[in-house]
Design a protein around this ligand. Structure first.
Ligand SMILES: Cc1ncc(C[n+]2csc(CCOP(=O)(O)OP(=O)(O)O)c2C)c(N)n1
Ligand SMILES: [Mg+2]
Length: 400
């Protein structure tokens, strides 16, 4: 089963005959796309029951991941699940306006996030809070926008991660442009962009792939196929596996079990190594599942079958790693207690950071719009401040 899941880019791809096509007659035929047997089968190293399967190709890429390293990946996933639960609770308690949960996608984000070097640069959507955790984000910074206290969460250069993009797919263009800059600098860093299954239908993502392939830019396209774009199931917009699209642009791609943290680490390491060594872009489709709502404003019971959720719950990324650790005697009580204590401490820090966040002044909305003073904006600010002042309560009269 060597290299299962790899779909080669057009450069190295063997020509596959279309049905009814005979060798030598290629004009006017439909190119069927890569159809090597097994290529659509996601790379998996740990199955849903927690069994580790050997892999001819990918084992070498995670040969250094020993027991303690696996325990660290598990700890990361427990902590980010806890961050997600705490933020969801903060939203339900009225402390956040909205929250986009990542429940179910911990392995895809931790496996890939832990493969990165600090000088790589991440361009993500709104759901990659576990990747931000891997980058070392200040916990309160991931909540600022959702609390309505800031227009963006952090200085991207402090953690080499752009602030989350809400315009679906736009970050893939930013990443590709950044990667072209890396090429110009002669550096060996990599730009990594995260986006969803729905985003692959956006023009931006397709344009980014054209540029990335044309310039052989060091960019990794990490698509988390969580099966839903709000209420649209992935099958509606992708009649073949999403990973099959990239080779059409000349970009090699791979499907990976997105609920298998080790496999996600392996395929991301491979893509990063390819990019660093001048091999250009890679497209990764991490097949996972959004177990929660799209955001806290959404009610998925209105559009999806409870059986589907149950099915995916059985493939939970944390449960399978816990089973594997247990089978190796690495899930003793002192370890699980320490992990729980860490998750509790992180959640407490997150909550405290949220509740103690300074409230911005209403006129702060005018700051950071332009770098230079601007009379047009100053006029608006002046007007707004006079409008707000008109609500100042009249001085209280003294007792009669
Ligand atoms: C350009 C653009 N179109 C539409 C939207 C509205 N919108 C917000 S999230 C979303 C679905 C995205 O789905 P997917 O790419 O699968 O990411 P997921 O939310 O599942 O992580 C849409 C259509 C938007 N934010 N930007
Ligand atoms: Mg999606």
């Amino acid at each position: 089963m060597a290299q299962d899941g790899i779909l080669p880019g057009s450069g190295s791809e063997e020509r596959v005959e279309a049905p009814g096509e005979t060798a030598g007659q290629t004009g006017g035929t439909v190119h069927p796309g890569p159809s090597r047997p097994g290529a659509d089968e996601p790379v998996q190293l740990i199955d849903s029951s927690g069994v580790r399967h050997p892999h001819d190709h990918y084992d070498a890429l995670v040969a250094d991941v020993d027991g303690p390293a696996l325990q660290k990946l598990y700890e990361d996933m427990v902590v980010v699940r806890r961050i997600d639960a705490e933020a969801t609770a903060l939203q339900r308690q009225g402390e956040l306006a909205l929250w986009p949960p990542l429940l179910g996608q911990e392995a895809a984000q931790i496996g890939s996030g832990r493969a990165l070097r600090s000088d790589d640069f991440v361009f993500s959507s709104y759901r990659e809070n576990a990747v931000a955790y891997c980058r070392g984000v200040d916990l309160a910074d991931i909540l600022r926008v959702w609390r309505g206290n800031a227009s963006s969460g952090w200085d991207p250069y402090t953690i080499n991660m752009a602030t989350p993009q809400v315009i679906i797919g736009a970050q893939t263009l930013h990443a590709t442009g950044y990667a072209m800059g890396i090429l110009n600098d002669g550096a060996d860093a990599v730009a990594v962009t995260y986006f969803g299954d729905g985003a692959t239908s956006q023009g931006d993502v397709n344009e980014a792939m054209v540029f990335a392939a044309s310039y052989q830019a060091p960019v990794v396209f990490f698509c988390q196929n969580n099966h839903w774009a709000i209420s649209e199931p992935v099958g509606l917009q992708a009649h073949v596996p999403i990973a099959r699209r990239a080779p059409g642009f000349g970009i090699p791609s791979v499907r990976v079990d997105g609920n298998d943290v080790l496999a996600c680490l392996a395929v991301t390491r491979e893509a990063l190594a390819r990019a660093r060594s001048g091999g250009g872009p890679t497209f990764i489709e991490a097949v996972t599942y959004r177990m929660g709502p799209h955001t806290t404003a959404d009610d998925p019971t209105r559009y999806r079958d409870a059986n589907e959720l149950e099915d995916w719950a059985a493939r939970d990324p944390l449960a399978r790693l816990a089973t594997l650790l247990d089978s190796r005697g690495l899930l003793e009580a002192d370890y699980t207690d320490a992990v729980k204590a860490k998750a509790d401490a992180v959640a407490a820090e997150l909550r405290e950071g949220c509740l103690s966040m300074p409230e911005p002044a209403p006129s702060d909305v005018f700051r950071h719009v332009y770098s230079e003073p601007n009379s047009w904006l100053e006029r608006q600010q002046d007007h707004y401040e006079r409008y707000l002042a008109s609500f100042t309560p009249a001085p209280q009269e003294g007792p009669r």
